[in-house]
Design a protein around this ligand. Sequence first.
Ligand code: HSE
Length: 300
Amino acid sequence: KSIKALAPATVANVSCGFDIFGFAVEAPADEVIITLTSTPGVVIKQITGDGGRLPLHASSNTAGVAVEAFLESIGSEQGAEIVLHKKLPLGSGMGSSAASSAAALVAINHLYDNPLSREQLLPFAMEAERIACGSAHADNVAPSLLGGFVLIRGYAPLDVAKIPTPPNLYCTLVHPHLELKTEDSRRVLKASIPMKDAITQWGNIAGLVVGLMKPDYGLIMRSLHDVVAEPIRAALIPGFENIKAESLRNGALGCGISGSGPTIFSLSTEYSIAERVGKALQQQFESMKLKSDVFVSKIN
Ligand code: HSE
């Protein structure tokens, strides 16, 4: 018996919500095909789309780690063979490692007639994140598994909640052909922040939640700022300030680094604005001799 599952790219942080906010987009999505085997052990049979760069050893691969943890938790004596079709670029800040483990978990859970809920699958996907980048953050795996816009209220114990989103919200992802390792873009951050920055940040976090729920697009716009990670990480992305200014000039509500970068996300109230922003940012990267890919999605 085998099953194929897809899991989408995600935007973590969403400017102000470092490690606590993330939302899913429509595309791209990783594809995982899992076949149960009668002999124990997880085997990665094939990976395509990664240029031969992902580990084929199950315990070092996010899809493999997640499936191993799942099989152990349900006390299965079976094993699994995994085929992974990578559609998300590696080291892009679009939740590439999370999409592979989320798709793998949805597939293996289905093969056992869904003994676990999507929320119960989260810890396995977080364990895979720890293997991939040294930190078990949930702001990519939670939206990739649950869909929509997700708040990670707390990590110990894990407490997640979906945030309703307004009817007109579109995301533009512009992925310049550069790679940043999450591990490296976490290492540059400071261990503590001044009280005045904390106050600014939690004002924006609360503002974004109220803005999304009401909905109040002006409040969303005023809240899409980050004084914690973006000022430091901006230096890792060529021309970041110009890129952001160009996005806002073209009518986006807000613009920031997707996850740990280098992909840039922008939010807009209309599909046509989201498309225009994508073209403008692609040109901006082009002027720096950087090729980029654009993805536009509705958020819901
Ligand atoms: N919250 C994480 C970070 C997301 O910004 O490091 C990584 O995709």
